[in-house]
Design a protein around this ligand. Structure first.
Ligand code: F6R
Length: 610
Protein backbone atom coordinates (compact mmCIF):
# COMPACT_ATOMS: atom_id res chain seq x y z
CA UNK A 1 0.00 0.00 0.00
CA UNK A 2 1.40 3.33 -1.06
CA UNK A 3 4.63 3.62 -2.98
CA UNK A 4 7.50 5.80 -1.85
CA UNK A 5 10.41 7.03 -3.96
CA UNK A 6 13.29 9.42 -3.44
CA UNK A 7 16.17 10.60 -5.57
CA UNK A 8 19.34 12.63 -5.21
CA UNK A 9 21.85 12.84 -8.03
CA UNK A 10 22.79 14.75 -11.14
CA UNK A 11 19.82 13.98 -13.34
CA UNK A 12 16.39 15.54 -13.47
CA UNK A 13 14.67 14.36 -10.30
CA UNK A 14 11.17 14.94 -11.68
CA UNK A 15 11.67 12.42 -14.50
CA UNK A 16 13.27 9.86 -12.22
CA UNK A 17 10.65 10.20 -9.49
CA UNK A 18 7.84 9.93 -12.03
CA UNK A 19 9.44 6.82 -13.54
CA UNK A 20 9.61 5.32 -10.08
CA UNK A 21 6.01 6.22 -9.31
CA UNK A 22 4.78 4.61 -12.52
CA UNK A 23 6.59 1.43 -11.49
CA UNK A 24 5.08 1.58 -8.02
CA UNK A 25 1.58 2.49 -9.15
CA UNK A 26 0.49 -1.09 -8.41
CA UNK A 27 0.91 -0.25 -4.71
CA UNK A 28 -1.90 2.30 -4.79
CA UNK A 29 -3.47 4.71 -7.22
CA UNK A 30 -5.77 6.97 -5.23
CA UNK A 31 -3.46 9.96 -5.64
CA UNK A 32 0.14 10.79 -6.39
CA UNK A 33 2.58 13.59 -5.71
CA UNK A 34 6.18 14.74 -5.70
CA UNK A 35 8.21 17.35 -3.86
CA UNK A 36 11.45 18.48 -5.45
CA UNK A 37 14.04 21.04 -4.50
CA UNK A 38 14.67 23.70 -7.14
CA UNK A 39 17.23 26.34 -6.20
CA UNK A 40 16.47 26.69 -2.50
CA UNK A 41 12.76 26.01 -2.46
CA UNK A 42 10.64 22.91 -2.22
CA UNK A 43 8.10 22.65 -5.04
CA UNK A 44 5.23 20.23 -4.66
CA UNK A 45 2.84 18.81 -7.25
CA UNK A 46 0.03 16.49 -6.32
CA UNK A 47 -3.15 15.15 -7.76
CA UNK A 48 -6.01 12.86 -6.93
CA UNK A 49 -6.24 9.70 -9.04
CA UNK A 50 -3.73 7.86 -11.12
CA UNK A 51 -0.21 9.00 -11.87
CA UNK A 52 -1.18 10.18 -15.36
CA UNK A 53 -3.13 13.00 -13.67
CA UNK A 54 0.01 14.11 -11.85
CA UNK A 55 2.04 13.84 -15.05
CA UNK A 56 -0.48 16.07 -16.84
CA UNK A 57 -0.13 18.73 -14.14
CA UNK A 58 3.67 18.55 -14.32
CA UNK A 59 3.58 18.76 -18.12
CA UNK A 60 1.53 21.95 -17.97
CA UNK A 61 4.09 23.58 -15.69
CA UNK A 62 7.39 25.16 -16.69
CA UNK A 63 10.28 22.66 -16.73
CA UNK A 64 11.68 22.15 -13.24
CA UNK A 65 15.46 22.06 -12.78
CA UNK A 66 15.95 19.79 -9.81
CA UNK A 67 18.24 16.92 -8.87
CA UNK A 68 16.63 15.93 -5.61
CA UNK A 69 13.14 15.02 -4.47
CA UNK A 70 10.64 12.54 -3.08
CA UNK A 71 7.44 11.03 -4.49
CA UNK A 72 4.41 9.03 -3.46
CA UNK A 73 1.55 7.02 -4.86
CA UNK A 74 -1.29 6.55 -2.40
CA UNK A 75 -3.65 3.84 -1.29
CA UNK A 76 -5.96 5.83 0.94
CA UNK A 77 -6.37 4.93 4.60
CA UNK A 78 -6.92 8.15 6.59
CA UNK A 79 -8.96 10.52 4.49
CA UNK A 80 -10.59 10.07 1.11
CA UNK A 81 -8.59 10.18 -2.12
CA UNK A 82 -8.22 13.92 -2.83
CA UNK A 83 -5.65 16.51 -3.82
CA UNK A 84 -5.41 17.75 -0.24
CA UNK A 85 -4.91 14.29 1.25
CA UNK A 86 -2.36 13.40 -1.42
CA UNK A 87 1.27 13.17 -0.30
CA UNK A 88 3.80 14.79 0.04
CA UNK A 89 2.72 16.68 3.14
CA UNK A 90 4.78 19.75 3.86
CA UNK A 91 5.55 22.25 6.57
CA UNK A 92 7.50 25.45 6.17
CA UNK A 93 10.71 23.47 6.67
CA UNK A 94 10.23 20.02 5.23
CA UNK A 95 8.26 17.77 2.94
CA UNK A 96 7.43 14.14 3.68
CA UNK A 97 5.87 11.05 2.11
CA UNK A 98 4.63 8.06 4.05
CA UNK A 99 3.58 4.47 3.57
CA UNK A 100 1.91 2.91 6.60
CA UNK A 101 -0.44 3.92 9.38
CA UNK A 102 0.30 6.07 12.40
CA UNK A 103 -1.92 4.55 15.05
CA UNK A 104 -1.52 7.25 17.71
CA UNK A 105 -1.94 10.11 15.23
CA UNK A 106 -4.87 11.56 17.16
CA UNK A 107 -2.88 12.01 20.41
CA UNK A 108 0.05 13.52 18.54
CA UNK A 109 -2.22 15.80 16.56
CA UNK A 110 -3.97 17.09 19.70
CA UNK A 111 -0.60 17.98 21.23
CA UNK A 112 0.59 19.68 18.06
CA UNK A 113 -2.62 21.68 17.76
CA UNK A 114 -2.01 22.97 21.29
CA UNK A 115 1.42 24.08 20.13
CA UNK A 116 -0.22 26.04 17.33
CA UNK A 117 0.20 23.64 14.40
CA UNK A 118 -2.53 23.82 11.78
CA UNK A 119 -3.74 20.83 9.79
CA UNK A 120 -5.26 20.97 6.36
CA UNK A 121 -5.64 17.30 5.46
CA UNK A 122 -7.39 14.34 7.09
CA UNK A 123 -4.27 12.19 6.94
CA UNK A 124 -2.16 10.66 9.67
CA UNK A 125 0.84 11.56 7.52
CA UNK A 126 0.45 15.29 8.00
CA UNK A 127 0.78 14.59 11.73
CA UNK A 128 4.19 13.01 11.11
CA UNK A 129 5.31 15.97 9.01
CA UNK A 130 4.32 18.43 11.71
CA UNK A 131 5.75 16.28 14.48
CA UNK A 132 9.17 16.14 12.85
CA UNK A 133 8.95 19.86 12.15
CA UNK A 134 8.20 20.50 15.83
CA UNK A 135 11.28 18.52 16.86
CA UNK A 136 13.60 20.01 14.24
CA UNK A 137 16.46 22.19 15.38
CA UNK A 138 18.66 21.91 12.31
CA UNK A 139 19.65 18.25 12.72
CA UNK A 140 17.31 15.97 10.73
CA UNK A 141 18.69 12.79 12.28
CA UNK A 142 17.80 13.93 15.80
CA UNK A 143 14.35 15.16 14.78
CA UNK A 144 13.52 11.94 12.93
CA UNK A 145 14.86 9.80 15.78
CA UNK A 146 12.79 11.67 18.37
CA UNK A 147 9.70 11.48 16.15
CA UNK A 148 9.85 7.74 15.63
CA UNK A 149 10.17 7.25 19.35
CA UNK A 150 6.76 8.92 19.64
CA UNK A 151 5.07 7.43 16.59
CA UNK A 152 3.24 4.11 17.02
CA UNK A 153 2.29 2.12 13.98
CA UNK A 154 3.97 1.45 10.68
CA UNK A 155 5.85 3.78 8.42
CA UNK A 156 8.25 4.17 5.56
CA UNK A 157 9.08 7.86 5.39
CA UNK A 158 11.11 9.79 2.83
CA UNK A 159 11.80 13.36 3.85
CA UNK A 160 13.52 16.43 2.42
CA UNK A 161 14.39 19.53 4.42
CA UNK A 162 14.45 23.03 3.01
CA UNK A 163 17.76 23.83 4.67
CA UNK A 164 19.41 20.55 3.63
CA UNK A 165 19.30 21.04 -0.10
CA UNK A 166 21.50 18.10 -0.99
CA UNK A 167 20.03 15.34 1.18
CA UNK A 168 17.12 12.92 1.33
CA UNK A 169 16.29 11.10 4.58
CA UNK A 170 14.44 7.84 5.02
CA UNK A 171 13.34 5.57 7.83
CA UNK A 172 11.01 2.62 8.08
CA UNK A 173 9.20 0.33 10.50
CA UNK A 174 6.69 -2.32 9.49
CA UNK A 175 6.62 -1.06 5.90
CA UNK A 176 9.14 -1.81 3.17
CA UNK A 177 11.83 0.61 2.01
CA UNK A 178 15.14 0.16 0.27
CA UNK A 179 18.01 2.48 -0.46
CA UNK A 180 19.39 1.89 -3.97
CA UNK A 181 22.88 2.90 -4.94
CA UNK A 182 23.96 4.56 -8.19
CA UNK A 183 25.36 2.06 -10.66
CA UNK A 184 29.13 1.86 -11.22
CA UNK A 185 29.82 4.62 -8.73
CA UNK A 186 27.46 7.02 -10.51
CA UNK A 187 26.70 10.12 -8.47
CA UNK A 188 23.12 9.27 -7.58
CA UNK A 189 21.17 7.37 -4.96
CA UNK A 190 17.56 6.36 -4.59
CA UNK A 191 14.88 5.41 -2.11
CA UNK A 192 12.04 3.11 -3.10
CA UNK A 193 9.37 0.89 -1.64
CA UNK A 194 10.79 -1.88 -3.75
CA UNK A 195 13.63 -2.40 -6.15
CA UNK A 196 11.39 -2.63 -9.25
CA UNK A 197 10.94 1.17 -9.07
CA UNK A 198 14.60 1.84 -9.77
CA UNK A 199 15.68 -1.21 -11.78
CA UNK A 200 16.07 1.05 -14.78
CA UNK A 201 18.96 2.77 -13.00
CA UNK A 202 20.52 0.22 -10.68
CA UNK A 203 20.20 -3.22 -9.15
CA UNK A 204 22.30 -2.55 -6.03
CA UNK A 205 20.39 -1.88 -2.88
CA UNK A 206 20.38 -1.86 0.89
CA UNK A 207 17.45 -3.31 2.78
CA UNK A 208 16.79 -0.86 5.58
CA UNK A 209 16.65 -2.35 9.06
CA UNK A 210 13.72 -1.09 11.10
CA UNK A 211 14.23 2.29 12.72
CA UNK A 212 17.63 2.86 11.13
CA UNK A 213 17.81 6.22 9.39
CA UNK A 214 19.28 6.66 5.91
CA UNK A 215 20.85 9.92 4.82
CA UNK A 216 21.38 10.09 1.07
CA UNK A 217 23.60 12.55 -0.76
CA UNK A 218 24.38 12.17 -4.44
CA UNK A 219 27.81 10.71 -3.71
CA UNK A 220 27.26 9.06 -0.34
CA UNK A 221 24.76 7.02 1.62
CA UNK A 222 25.03 6.90 5.40
CA UNK A 223 22.92 4.59 7.54
CA UNK A 224 22.50 5.38 11.23
CA UNK A 225 21.35 3.01 13.94
CA UNK A 226 19.04 3.84 16.85
CA UNK A 227 21.88 5.57 18.70
CA UNK A 228 22.58 7.62 15.56
CA UNK A 229 25.89 5.86 15.09
CA UNK A 230 26.79 5.28 11.47
CA UNK A 231 26.79 1.60 10.59
CA UNK A 232 27.98 -0.43 7.65
CA UNK A 233 24.99 -1.77 5.78
CA UNK A 234 24.98 -4.86 3.61
CA UNK A 235 24.60 -4.14 -0.10
CA UNK A 236 22.51 -6.67 -2.03
CA UNK A 237 22.19 -7.15 -5.75
CA UNK A 238 18.76 -7.74 -7.27
CA UNK A 239 18.55 -10.53 -9.80
CA UNK A 240 15.25 -9.15 -11.11
CA UNK A 241 15.67 -7.59 -14.51
CA UNK A 242 14.13 -4.47 -15.97
CA UNK A 243 12.44 -6.57 -18.63
CA UNK A 244 10.66 -8.54 -15.91
CA UNK A 245 9.30 -5.30 -14.51
CA UNK A 246 8.06 -4.04 -17.89
CA UNK A 247 5.12 -5.07 -20.04
CA UNK A 248 7.40 -6.13 -22.91
CA UNK A 249 4.74 -5.84 -25.59
CA UNK A 250 1.88 -7.37 -23.61
CA UNK A 251 -1.24 -5.28 -23.17
CA UNK A 252 -1.24 -5.76 -19.41
CA UNK A 253 1.13 -7.00 -16.75
CA UNK A 254 -1.42 -9.61 -15.77
CA UNK A 255 -1.41 -11.39 -19.12
CA UNK A 256 2.38 -11.11 -19.28
CA UNK A 257 2.64 -12.67 -15.85
CA UNK A 258 0.17 -15.43 -16.75
CA UNK A 259 2.47 -16.30 -19.65
CA UNK A 260 5.56 -16.23 -17.45
CA UNK A 261 4.27 -19.07 -15.30
CA UNK A 262 6.05 -22.07 -16.84
CA UNK A 263 9.39 -20.29 -16.47
CA UNK A 264 8.62 -18.96 -13.01
CA UNK A 265 7.69 -22.43 -11.76
CA UNK A 266 10.77 -24.06 -13.26
CA UNK A 267 13.03 -21.29 -11.94
CA UNK A 268 11.56 -21.96 -8.51
CA UNK A 269 11.66 -25.73 -8.38
CA UNK A 270 14.58 -26.80 -10.54
CA UNK A 271 17.27 -25.54 -8.15
CA UNK A 272 15.50 -27.53 -5.44
CA UNK A 273 15.45 -30.82 -7.31
CA UNK A 274 18.77 -32.54 -6.89
CA UNK A 275 19.28 -35.98 -8.47
CA UNK A 276 15.55 -36.14 -9.08
CA UNK A 277 14.47 -35.58 -5.47
CA UNK A 278 13.56 -32.44 -3.49
CA UNK A 279 16.41 -30.73 -1.72
CA UNK A 280 16.15 -27.58 0.39
CA UNK A 281 19.80 -27.23 1.34
CA UNK A 282 20.10 -24.05 -0.72
CA UNK A 283 17.43 -22.66 1.62
CA UNK A 284 19.64 -23.50 4.57
CA UNK A 285 17.41 -26.29 5.74
CA UNK A 286 20.35 -28.55 6.37
CA UNK A 287 19.02 -30.70 9.16
CA UNK A 288 16.94 -33.55 7.74
CA UNK A 289 15.19 -33.82 11.13
CA UNK A 290 13.49 -30.53 10.25
CA UNK A 291 11.12 -32.53 8.08
CA UNK A 292 10.30 -35.13 10.71
CA UNK A 293 10.15 -33.33 14.08
CA UNK A 294 6.70 -31.78 13.81
CA UNK A 295 3.32 -33.42 14.36
CA UNK A 296 1.14 -30.51 13.29
CA UNK A 297 1.40 -27.84 10.62
CA UNK A 298 -0.23 -24.44 10.29
CA UNK A 299 -0.19 -22.73 6.92
CA UNK A 300 -1.04 -19.05 7.13
CA UNK A 301 -1.56 -16.40 4.45
CA UNK A 302 -4.10 -14.03 2.91
CA UNK A 303 -6.08 -13.99 -0.32
CA UNK A 304 -4.41 -15.84 -3.13
CA UNK A 305 -1.57 -16.96 -0.88
CA UNK A 306 -4.24 -18.54 1.33
CA UNK A 307 -5.54 -20.52 -1.64
CA UNK A 308 -2.04 -21.83 -2.28
CA UNK A 309 -1.93 -22.74 1.40
CA UNK A 310 -5.15 -24.74 1.00
CA UNK A 311 -3.60 -26.82 -1.77
CA UNK A 312 -0.61 -27.31 0.54
CA UNK A 313 -2.86 -28.53 3.34
CA UNK A 314 -4.55 -31.00 1.10
CA UNK A 315 -1.30 -32.33 -0.36
CA UNK A 316 0.45 -32.71 3.01
CA UNK A 317 -2.54 -34.29 4.72
CA UNK A 318 -3.25 -36.70 1.85
CA UNK A 319 0.33 -37.76 1.35
CA UNK A 320 2.06 -37.30 4.70
CA UNK A 321 -0.82 -37.95 7.10
CA UNK A 322 0.03 -34.95 9.26
CA UNK A 323 -2.80 -32.65 10.42
CA UNK A 324 -2.54 -29.28 8.73
CA UNK A 325 -4.55 -26.21 9.69
CA UNK A 326 -4.97 -23.52 7.09
CA UNK A 327 -5.58 -20.11 8.58
CA UNK A 328 -6.33 -16.67 7.24
CA UNK A 329 -3.62 -14.50 8.81
CA UNK A 330 -6.00 -11.78 10.00
CA UNK A 331 -7.98 -14.39 11.97
CA UNK A 332 -5.03 -16.42 13.15
CA UNK A 333 -3.30 -13.42 14.73
CA UNK A 334 -6.17 -12.82 17.16
CA UNK A 335 -6.84 -16.45 18.02
CA UNK A 336 -5.24 -18.61 20.60
CA UNK A 337 -3.88 -21.21 18.18
CA UNK A 338 -2.68 -24.54 19.45
CA UNK A 339 1.04 -24.19 19.05
CA UNK A 340 3.51 -26.59 20.60
CA UNK A 341 7.22 -27.15 20.13
CA UNK A 342 6.19 -29.81 17.62
CA UNK A 343 4.28 -27.37 15.42
CA UNK A 344 5.67 -26.10 12.14
CA UNK A 345 4.12 -22.84 11.00
CA UNK A 346 4.38 -21.98 7.30
CA UNK A 347 3.71 -18.43 6.10
CA UNK A 348 2.93 -17.83 2.46
CA UNK A 349 3.31 -14.39 0.92
CA UNK A 350 4.28 -12.95 -2.43
CA UNK A 351 5.29 -9.54 -1.11
CA UNK A 352 6.62 -10.70 2.23
CA UNK A 353 5.15 -7.50 3.65
CA UNK A 354 1.50 -8.34 4.32
CA UNK A 355 0.82 -6.87 7.76
CA UNK A 356 -1.51 -9.62 8.97
CA UNK A 357 0.78 -12.42 7.84
CA UNK A 358 3.73 -10.72 9.49
CA UNK A 359 1.78 -10.31 12.74
CA UNK A 360 0.76 -13.98 12.62
CA UNK A 361 4.41 -14.92 12.17
CA UNK A 362 5.39 -12.80 15.17
CA UNK A 363 2.75 -14.55 17.26
CA UNK A 364 4.20 -17.94 16.33
CA UNK A 365 7.70 -16.74 17.17
CA UNK A 366 6.58 -15.50 20.58
CA UNK A 367 5.23 -18.98 21.24
CA UNK A 368 8.57 -20.53 20.35
CA UNK A 369 7.44 -22.45 17.26
CA UNK A 370 9.55 -22.98 14.17
CA UNK A 371 8.54 -20.87 11.24
CA UNK A 372 9.07 -21.31 7.54
CA UNK A 373 8.22 -18.58 5.05
CA UNK A 374 7.46 -19.06 1.36
CA UNK A 375 8.10 -15.60 -0.03
CA UNK A 376 8.78 -14.01 -3.41
CA UNK A 377 10.43 -10.73 -2.45
CA UNK A 378 14.01 -11.02 -1.35
CA UNK A 379 14.79 -9.52 2.04
CA UNK A 380 11.15 -8.68 2.77
CA UNK A 381 9.96 -8.43 6.37
CA UNK A 382 8.35 -11.89 6.50
CA UNK A 383 11.41 -13.49 4.93
CA UNK A 384 13.66 -11.82 7.45
CA UNK A 385 11.53 -12.55 10.47
CA UNK A 386 11.04 -16.27 9.93
CA UNK A 387 13.44 -19.03 10.97
CA UNK A 388 13.63 -20.44 7.47
CA UNK A 389 12.69 -19.02 4.12
CA UNK A 390 12.06 -20.71 0.81
CA UNK A 391 12.13 -18.01 -1.83
CA UNK A 392 9.96 -18.40 -4.88
CA UNK A 393 11.58 -17.09 -8.03
CA UNK A 394 8.60 -15.65 -9.86
CA UNK A 395 10.36 -12.33 -10.47
CA UNK A 396 8.50 -9.08 -9.85
CA UNK A 397 4.73 -9.45 -9.86
CA UNK A 398 3.36 -6.07 -10.89
CA UNK A 399 -0.26 -6.86 -11.68
CA UNK A 400 -2.33 -6.38 -8.55
CA UNK A 401 -4.10 -9.67 -9.21
CA UNK A 402 -1.68 -12.41 -8.34
CA UNK A 403 -1.07 -15.16 -10.89
CA UNK A 404 2.50 -16.38 -11.20
CA UNK A 405 3.15 -15.91 -7.47
CA UNK A 406 0.30 -18.35 -6.78
CA UNK A 407 1.65 -20.97 -9.16
CA UNK A 408 5.13 -20.91 -7.66
CA UNK A 409 3.70 -21.13 -4.15
CA UNK A 410 1.68 -24.18 -5.20
CA UNK A 411 4.77 -25.71 -6.83
CA UNK A 412 6.68 -25.33 -3.56
CA UNK A 413 3.80 -27.04 -1.73
CA UNK A 414 4.34 -30.10 -3.93
CA UNK A 415 8.06 -30.14 -3.24
CA UNK A 416 7.54 -29.78 0.51
CA UNK A 417 5.02 -32.62 0.44
CA UNK A 418 7.46 -34.86 -1.40
CA UNK A 419 10.28 -33.91 0.93
CA UNK A 420 8.23 -34.76 4.03
CA UNK A 421 7.07 -38.04 2.46
CA UNK A 422 10.66 -39.00 1.76
CA UNK A 423 12.05 -37.88 5.11
CA UNK A 424 9.33 -39.80 6.94
CA UNK A 425 9.88 -42.82 4.72
CA UNK A 426 6.30 -42.77 3.50
CA UNK A 427 7.63 -43.00 -0.02
CA UNK A 428 10.99 -44.12 -1.33
CA UNK A 429 13.29 -42.22 -3.67
CA UNK A 430 12.08 -44.11 -6.70
CA UNK A 431 8.47 -43.19 -6.02
CA UNK A 432 9.36 -39.54 -5.38
CA UNK A 433 11.35 -39.37 -8.61
CA UNK A 434 8.32 -40.58 -10.55
CA UNK A 435 6.13 -37.98 -8.85
CA UNK A 436 8.59 -35.24 -9.69
CA UNK A 437 8.75 -36.34 -13.28
CA UNK A 438 4.95 -36.25 -13.48
CA UNK A 439 4.97 -32.81 -11.95
CA UNK A 440 7.44 -31.58 -14.56
CA UNK A 441 5.16 -32.98 -17.26
CA UNK A 442 2.27 -31.04 -15.76
CA UNK A 443 4.33 -27.86 -15.86
CA UNK A 444 5.15 -28.57 -19.47
CA UNK A 445 1.47 -28.72 -20.32
CA UNK A 446 0.94 -25.15 -19.10
CA UNK A 447 2.14 -24.06 -22.53
CA UNK A 448 -0.77 -25.94 -24.13
CA UNK A 449 -3.12 -24.06 -21.83
CA UNK A 450 -1.59 -20.75 -22.71
CA UNK A 451 -2.24 -21.60 -26.35
CA UNK A 452 -5.93 -21.87 -25.44
CA UNK A 453 -6.06 -18.19 -24.51
CA UNK A 454 -7.97 -17.18 -27.68
CA UNK A 455 -10.47 -20.02 -27.25
CA UNK A 456 -11.14 -18.92 -23.66
CA UNK A 457 -11.32 -15.27 -24.70
CA UNK A 458 -14.22 -16.04 -27.05
CA UNK A 459 -16.24 -17.42 -24.14
CA UNK A 460 -15.81 -14.29 -22.08
CA UNK A 461 -18.19 -12.30 -24.25
CA UNK A 462 -20.91 -14.20 -22.35
CA UNK A 463 -19.80 -12.44 -19.17
CA UNK A 464 -19.74 -8.92 -20.55
CA UNK A 465 -22.98 -7.99 -18.83
CA UNK A 466 -23.52 -10.63 -16.13
CA UNK A 467 -23.96 -9.60 -12.52
CA UNK A 468 -22.82 -12.79 -10.86
CA UNK A 469 -21.13 -16.11 -11.51
CA UNK A 470 -21.11 -19.23 -9.37
CA UNK A 471 -17.95 -21.30 -9.44
CA UNK A 472 -18.06 -24.92 -8.44
CA UNK A 473 -15.59 -27.76 -8.06
CA UNK A 474 -14.79 -30.66 -5.77
CA UNK A 475 -11.67 -32.00 -4.17
CA UNK A 476 -8.56 -30.15 -5.43
CA UNK A 477 -10.78 -28.36 -7.95
CA UNK A 478 -12.62 -26.71 -5.07
CA UNK A 479 -9.52 -24.73 -4.09
CA UNK A 480 -8.98 -23.84 -7.71
CA UNK A 481 -12.46 -22.43 -8.14
CA UNK A 482 -11.96 -20.34 -4.99
CA UNK A 483 -8.88 -18.82 -6.56
CA UNK A 484 -10.59 -18.52 -9.96
CA UNK A 485 -13.55 -16.73 -8.37
CA UNK A 486 -11.26 -14.37 -6.48
CA UNK A 487 -9.45 -13.47 -9.71
CA UNK A 488 -12.75 -12.84 -11.46
CA UNK A 489 -14.12 -10.71 -8.61
CA UNK A 490 -11.11 -8.52 -8.15
CA UNK A 491 -10.50 -7.57 -11.75
CA UNK A 492 -13.88 -7.83 -13.50
CA UNK A 493 -16.05 -6.66 -10.57
CA UNK A 494 -18.49 -9.51 -11.13
CA UNK A 495 -19.90 -10.90 -7.92
CA UNK A 496 -18.71 -14.52 -7.74
CA UNK A 497 -19.25 -17.28 -5.24
CA UNK A 498 -17.10 -20.39 -5.14
CA UNK A 499 -18.70 -23.53 -3.79
CA UNK A 500 -17.76 -27.12 -3.28
CA UNK A 501 -19.93 -29.00 -5.78
CA UNK A 502 -21.71 -31.01 -3.12
CA UNK A 503 -22.46 -28.00 -0.95
CA UNK A 504 -24.69 -25.91 -3.20
CA UNK A 505 -27.80 -27.90 -2.44
CA UNK A 506 -27.40 -27.02 1.24
CA UNK A 507 -28.66 -23.52 0.59
CA UNK A 508 -27.09 -21.64 -2.26
CA UNK A 509 -28.89 -23.56 -4.97
CA UNK A 510 -31.86 -21.32 -4.20
CA UNK A 511 -30.01 -18.60 -6.09
CA UNK A 512 -29.75 -20.65 -9.28
CA UNK A 513 -32.43 -19.63 -11.72
CA UNK A 514 -32.90 -19.53 -15.49
CA UNK A 515 -29.72 -18.19 -17.07
CA UNK A 516 -27.55 -18.04 -13.93
CA UNK A 517 -23.89 -18.25 -14.95
CA UNK A 518 -21.91 -21.13 -13.52
CA UNK A 519 -18.27 -22.01 -14.11
CA UNK A 520 -17.55 -25.60 -13.14
CA UNK A 521 -14.38 -27.61 -12.92
CA UNK A 522 -14.77 -31.35 -13.36
CA UNK A 523 -11.24 -32.51 -13.56
CA UNK A 524 -10.60 -34.84 -10.66
CA UNK A 525 -11.37 -38.26 -12.10
CA UNK A 526 -12.07 -39.99 -8.81
CA UNK A 527 -14.92 -37.59 -8.10
CA UNK A 528 -16.04 -36.99 -11.68
CA UNK A 529 -19.42 -38.71 -11.53
CA UNK A 530 -20.34 -36.94 -8.29
CA UNK A 531 -19.30 -33.62 -9.77
CA UNK A 532 -21.30 -34.18 -12.94
CA UNK A 533 -24.35 -34.95 -10.79
CA UNK A 534 -23.85 -31.67 -8.92
CA UNK A 535 -23.56 -29.82 -12.21
CA UNK A 536 -26.76 -31.40 -13.48
CA UNK A 537 -28.49 -30.19 -10.33
CA UNK A 538 -27.81 -26.61 -11.40
CA UNK A 539 -28.35 -27.24 -15.12
CA UNK A 540 -31.81 -28.58 -14.40
CA UNK A 541 -32.59 -25.29 -12.62
CA UNK A 542 -31.65 -23.24 -15.66
CA UNK A 543 -27.94 -22.51 -15.03
CA UNK A 544 -25.72 -21.81 -18.03
CA UNK A 545 -22.66 -23.88 -17.29
CA UNK A 546 -19.19 -23.32 -18.67
CA UNK A 547 -17.47 -26.58 -17.90
CA UNK A 548 -13.74 -27.22 -17.73
CA UNK A 549 -13.08 -30.93 -18.06
CA UNK A 550 -10.08 -33.01 -18.99
CA UNK A 551 -9.18 -34.40 -22.41
CA UNK A 552 -10.42 -37.94 -22.74
CA UNK A 553 -13.30 -37.53 -20.28
CA UNK A 554 -16.66 -38.62 -21.57
CA UNK A 555 -19.05 -35.90 -20.42
CA UNK A 556 -22.81 -35.94 -21.06
CA UNK A 557 -23.83 -33.17 -23.41
CA UNK A 558 -26.61 -32.12 -21.06
CA UNK A 559 -24.11 -31.27 -18.32
CA UNK A 560 -22.97 -28.01 -19.85
CA UNK A 561 -23.70 -25.10 -22.10
CA UNK A 562 -20.07 -24.76 -23.22
CA UNK A 563 -17.11 -27.00 -22.54
CA UNK A 564 -13.35 -26.61 -22.62
CA UNK A 565 -11.11 -29.64 -22.42
CA UNK A 566 -7.88 -29.11 -20.55
CA UNK A 567 -4.78 -31.25 -21.17
CA UNK A 568 -4.83 -34.69 -19.61
CA UNK A 569 -2.65 -34.55 -16.53
CA UNK A 570 -2.63 -36.78 -13.48
CA UNK A 571 -5.31 -35.56 -11.01
CA UNK A 572 -2.80 -34.71 -8.32
CA UNK A 573 -0.97 -32.23 -10.57
CA UNK A 574 -4.00 -30.81 -12.31
CA UNK A 575 -4.00 -27.65 -10.11
CA UNK A 576 -0.72 -26.61 -11.71
CA UNK A 577 -2.45 -26.42 -15.07
CA UNK A 578 -6.14 -25.79 -14.43
CA UNK A 579 -5.60 -22.49 -12.64
CA UNK A 580 -4.19 -21.05 -15.86
CA UNK A 581 -7.55 -21.53 -17.53
CA UNK A 582 -9.34 -19.70 -14.73
CA UNK A 583 -6.79 -16.89 -14.74
CA UNK A 584 -7.29 -16.48 -18.49
CA UNK A 585 -11.06 -16.53 -18.03
CA UNK A 586 -10.86 -13.74 -15.44
CA UNK A 587 -8.37 -11.74 -17.48
CA UNK A 588 -10.30 -11.81 -20.76
CA UNK A 589 -13.57 -11.13 -18.97
CA UNK A 590 -12.10 -8.04 -17.32
CA UNK A 591 -10.81 -6.82 -20.69
CA UNK A 592 -14.19 -7.40 -22.36
CA UNK A 593 -15.84 -5.41 -19.56
CA UNK A 594 -13.40 -2.56 -20.05
CA UNK A 595 -11.89 -2.84 -16.55
CA UNK A 596 -8.50 -1.57 -15.54
CA UNK A 597 -7.02 -5.05 -15.32
CA UNK A 598 -3.70 -4.28 -13.65
CA UNK A 599 -5.07 -1.71 -11.24
CA UNK A 600 -8.48 -2.86 -10.05
CA UNK A 601 -10.45 -0.40 -7.98
CA UNK A 602 -9.86 -0.13 -4.23
CA UNK A 603 -7.02 -2.63 -4.28
CA UNK A 604 -3.29 -2.38 -3.77
CA UNK A 605 -0.64 -4.96 -4.34
CA UNK A 606 0.98 -5.10 -0.98
CA UNK A 607 -1.29 -4.84 2.06
CA UNK A 608 0.97 -3.42 4.74
CA UNK A 609 -1.89 -2.20 6.92
CA UNK A 610 -4.16 -4.28 9.08
C1 F6R B 1 -5.20 -11.51 -5.09
C2 F6R B 1 -4.07 -11.00 -4.34
C3 F6R B 1 -4.18 -10.91 -2.87
C4 F6R B 1 -2.87 -11.34 -2.21
C5 F6R B 1 -2.93 -11.10 -0.70
C6 F6R B 1 -1.67 -11.57 0.00
O1 F6R B 1 -4.93 -11.56 -6.46
O2 F6R B 1 -3.06 -10.65 -4.90
O3 F6R B 1 -5.24 -11.67 -2.39
O4 F6R B 1 -2.65 -12.69 -2.49
O5 F6R B 1 -3.11 -9.74 -0.45
O6 F6R B 1 -0.55 -10.89 -0.47
P1 F6R B 1 0.90 -11.47 -0.25
O7 F6R B 1 1.01 -12.74 -0.99
O8 F6R B 1 1.81 -10.41 -0.78
O9 F6R B 1 1.04 -11.68 1.23
Amino acid sequence: MCGVVGYVGENNSVDILMDGLYSLEYRGYDSAGISVIENDSIITFKSEGKIDNLQNIINKNKKIESNIGIGHTRWATHGAPSDINAHPHSTARLSLVHNGIIENYKDIKDKLVKKGYKFISETDTEVAANLIDSLYDGNPLIAIRKAIEIIEGSYAFAIIFKDKLDKVYAVRKGAPLIVALGKDGKNENFIASDISAVLKYTNKYIIMDEENIAELKKNRVAIYDKDLKEIKAKVSEANWTLEQAEKSGYEHFMIKEIHEQPKAILDTIEPRIVHGIPDFKRDNILDENFWTYFDRVYIVGCGTAMHAAMIGKRLIEDNCRIPVECEIASEFRYKNPILTDKTLAIFVSQSGETADTLAALNLVKERGCKSLAIVNVNGSSIARASDYVIYTYAGPEISVASTKAYSVQVAIMYLITFKISLARKLKNEKEIKILIRNMLNAIDSINKLLDMSEEIKKLCVDYKEVGSIFFMGRDLDYYQVMEGALKMKEISYIHCEAYAGGELKHGVISLITEGTSVVALAIQEKILNKMISNIKEVVSRGAKVLLFAKEGMNIDKDAYDKIIYLPNIEDMFMPIASIIALQLLAYHTAVVRGCDVDKPRNLAKSVTVE
